[in-house]
Design a protein around this ligand. Structure first.
Ligand code: NAI
Length: 255
């Protein structure tokens, strides 16, 4: 499909969203579908992914994939490319909470899982999608990092390392793929109301948000999805290699 160069439409474009069965990924899949994109709803929870694909309607399809599985990534991305006849947009969003104290006996496992799901998977998804992205006239990659890639909460080193890595990977990919016109950016969400933050009580959410964010509240997954949408528009053709906080001003606020 051809678009005018500075189009603000993703209608007809094929978009992969990982971790799309819940939270920020789900909101992104639904928003992209509402904008007319054909969405590959990817998640390790195949049933929940199928439910989201059904809600997306149109040509959305669900794919069960654990992004920690290298072989499965290669096979699934190839299948998506074949099913949709191309890939224009890749959003690496799947993630897992990975709090772990340094002297916890399971630290090594938590570390390995955090890096596998939230960093190694991103480069694998990109490399698997590249043959398709190279065929697109407006190829866009967005990685979902975190404000934990810009600062650190105590007891969260595996997650902080993975998310900081995502920001570096984004920069490296942007430089490597820039000559081909493929943009690569990342978003650093702050405190967002999703399954990942369900364990935080409402009372503590309010206390935290009032104390730490400029906007004095938690964010909603849709508020992240809209910034992701902005970055994947064909018109977003001269922004690459950046990390954008979508955090209610958490990183901006000192006191
Ligand atoms: P969520 O828990 O609502 O959704 C995460 C989704 O990823 C789930 O559907 C889950 O099944 C999927 N997933 C987890 N491991 C997977 C794997 N190995 N393979 C495939 N799918 C897998 O969480 P949320 O908040 O929507 O998280 C989305 C992204 O946003 C994550 O990368 C997270 O680290 C990031 N983030 C979230 C923040 C928040 O406050 N909620 C803050 C900063 C970043």
């Amino acid at each position: 499909m051809t678009h005018p160069p500075l189009s603000r439409s993703i209608a007809g474009r094929c978009a992969i969203v990982t971790g799309a069965a819940s939270g920020i990924g789900r909101a992104s899949a639904l928003l992209f579908a509402a904008e007319g994109a054909r969405v590959a709803v990817v998640d390790r929870d195949g049933e929940a992914a199928a439910a989201v694909a059904a809600q997306c309607g149109g040509e959305a399809r669900a794919y069960a994939l654990d992004v920690a599985d290298a072989k499965a990534i290669a096979a699934t991305v190839a299948r998506i490319g074949a099913d949709f006849g191309g890939i224009d947009i890749l959003v690496n969003n799947a993630g897992v909470s990975s709090f772990c104290a340094l002297d916890d006996p399971v630290y090594e496992e938590v570390w390995a899982r955090a890096l596998a799901v939230m960093l190694t998977a991103h480069q694998r998804m990109v490399r698997a999608a590249l043959p398709f992205l190279r065929q697109s006239d407006a190829a866009r990659i967005v990685n979902i990092a975190s404000t934990e890639g810009l600062g650190a909460t105590p007891g969260d080193t595996p997650y902080v390392a993975a998310k900081t890595g995502v920001i570096g990977l984004t920069r490296g990919l942007a430089v490597d793929l820039g000559p081909e016109g493929i943009t690569v950016n990342c978003i650093c969400p702050g405190p967002i109301r999703t399954a990942m933050t369900d364990a935080v009580s409402e009372e503590h959410k309010v206390i935290f948000a009032k104390r730490r964010t400029a906007l004095r509240r938690y964010g909603e997954p849709e508020e992240v999805a809209h910034i992701t949408l902005s970055l994947v528009l064909p018109a977003a053709s001269y922004i690459t290699g950046v990390a954008i906080p979508v955090d209610g001003g958490l990183m901006a606020r000192n006191a």
